[in-house]
Ligand binder design. Sequence first.
Ligand code: 1HN
Length: 350
Amino acid sequence: MATQQAPARTAERQAFYDTIAPYNLAPLWEKLHHLVTPEPVTQCRPHLWHYDEDVRPHLMRAGGLISAMEATRRVLILENPGYAGEATVTGSLFAGLQLILPGEVAPAHRHTQSALRFIIEGHGAYTAVDGERTTMQPGDFVITPSWTWHDHGNESAEPMVWLDGLDIQIVKLLGASFAEPGAADVQAVTRPEGDSFARFGHNLLPIDWKPEVKTSPVFNYPYEMSRAALAALAKNGPPDPYHGHKMRYVNPATGEWAMPTIGTAIQLLPQGFASLSYRATDATVYVCVEGGGETRVGDAVLNWRPRDIFVVPGWAAHTHHAGAESVLFSFSDRPVQEKLGLWRESRGNE
Ligand code: 1HN
């Protein structure tokens, strides 16, 4: 059987390691057990942010300190305590909360990182993607595909806050980050609002259209529609014992995940529902949209209420318990793991 511990570091061996270090050489047998572990080992910690108490007041304070224009994006990073200083919520994904105040514009730019927005509060701000605007409502899931021009603006009378999820660490690992500012702060509108949804969001596709990119051509999945689907499922049959009523957001052109690097899902947990223990290799970020309950991950108990955000590390067995009928939105790097043949799950004591 392969050894799980490094061999003894004798004085003679250490002298050898010191001799070869200047040549940029190192002994694998000192590192092997860290590099190839029998099971996933992660720095990612279970963690929960209570939005109303622990995030919102600070976010509003940031609103008085810097404008969206000066900041480019006024975002407070949700940093996993296991990745202090690394601006990341899991090993692969970024999460942050973005505030845009009435009258503000977050200027146009584009980057190879893909972004998702999940709307937390406010009504009526827009995001524009490659010439089309969409007005955002709480619970909407909005996509900014890789390398598309995007700007945000708030023409409503209230602050607007959304959760940003980006594949920053994935793009960094692969050395594929490119970014550029737009020629103008606000990009020209070239198509009326709702145009993409009319073409791609009704179980119909334009007759001769073929997808040219890997991201869904639908860029706003309205909460109203996802919620209606969940309500029907909850009425029509029993919940899955591990997931409740859980649906993934789909690219209607391919049947794939809506985004190539970030998998997104929405689930309804009936009142009193207690899930059976489950784990999968994709660390997952959840947002409570409605209801309230708790998620147990090892010794950690994460108590969630609407607008709270929490993280379940990869390969950590966990259970959800819903006090009230609850809706959770979630995202992870599952599509990447699946494409690479790495994704695994395990139910109960498997
Ligand atoms: C970004 O460009 C946006 O476009 C949001 O709204 C969050 C976090 C890190 C890097 C770029 C946006 C971001 C970001």
